[in-house]
Design a protein. Structure first.
Length: 260
């Protein structure tokens, strides 16, 4: 395990062996590298990929200002990866980072060899935008437990299930180390819409969607896969937004695509 800070200030973890695979981190409570249980969870989820690739997980830069856009975030990563690598690399992004990966591939095509996008699409779905705006507003107001509870509709369908999940999320939520960075990144996702620029993405692209994703319904993932030059789509029926990557097929599908 190696860790450090890239040229632009973004923290990274690097592990595994093989061709580079850059993983953009989604919205996390801290801009720095995760520690403790959060680090264990990140490395465990990527361990099957690290058996075949040198995985470089990259976070957001610290001190993001309000009004930052997905294009700005993509430019940050482009600067950092050009400094680190001599040529294009494989890129993977999930959820918010999946949108960022699409923006990155459209804006900086020479930096991407192959692209994997999970639990994301051309833009947030209507329900996803509503839930995420509430989440970001509560974070911005310092109501961290209420913010966590607002995510319950993304993980449960029934009224009882949502109530139970909201209670659990509220009990386990802690104060984020970088709430301003979280809100800035969420606001960037709220205004993100890449559909008109999909034709500019020339890197072969695999889009993996959850059949029951409340934030990014499968139709929006399908638009992403069909709009790029060389797109492939896999839908994991029954999977919600947060369980796409934990599906037993995920690592094999990614490895098969990147090794093609």
């Amino acid at each position: 395990m190696r860790e450090g800070v890239l040229a632009g200030g973004a923290a990274y973890l690097e592990f595994g062996t093989g061709r580079p695979l850059v993983v953009f981190r989604t919205v996390l409570p801290d801009s720095g590298n995760p520690t403790g249980a959060a680090r264990w969870a990140e490395t465990r989820s990527l361990k099957p990929l690290a058996a075949r690739f040198t995985v470089l997980t990259v976070g957001r830069r610290p001190g993001l200002e309000p009004g930052v856009t997905m294009a700005d975030l993509a430019a940050h990563h482009a600067e950092e990866l050009r400094d680190r690598f001599d040529g294009p690399v494989d890129v993977l992004g999930l959820s918010t980072a999946g949108c960022l990966a699409l923006q990155f591939a459209a804006d900086h095509p020479g930096s991407v060899r192959r692209l994997v996008v999970g639990a994301a699409g051309v833009r947030l779905g209507p329900d996803g935008r509503r839930v995420q705006r509430e989440y970001a507003d509560l974070l911005a107001a310092g109501r961290h437990r209420s913010a966590a509870m607002a995510l319950a509709p993304t993980v449960a369908d029934s009224r009882l299930g949502r109530a139970l999940m909201a209670g659990l999320l509220g009990l386990t939520a802690g104060r984020p180390a970088d709430p301003g960075g979280m809100v800035a990144m969420l606001r960037a996702e709220d205004t993100f819409d890449i559909e008109d620029r999909l034709g500019e993405i020339t890197a072969p692209t695999l889009v993996i969607a959850g059949g029951r994703d409340a934030l990014y319904p499968p139709g929006l993932a399908e638009r992403a896969a069909s709009g790029v030059h060389h797109g492939d789509l896999k839908i994991y029926e029954g999977r919600r937004h947060h369980t796409v990557m934990t599906d037993r097929r995920f690592a094999g599908d990614v490895i098969g695509f990147l090794g093609a």
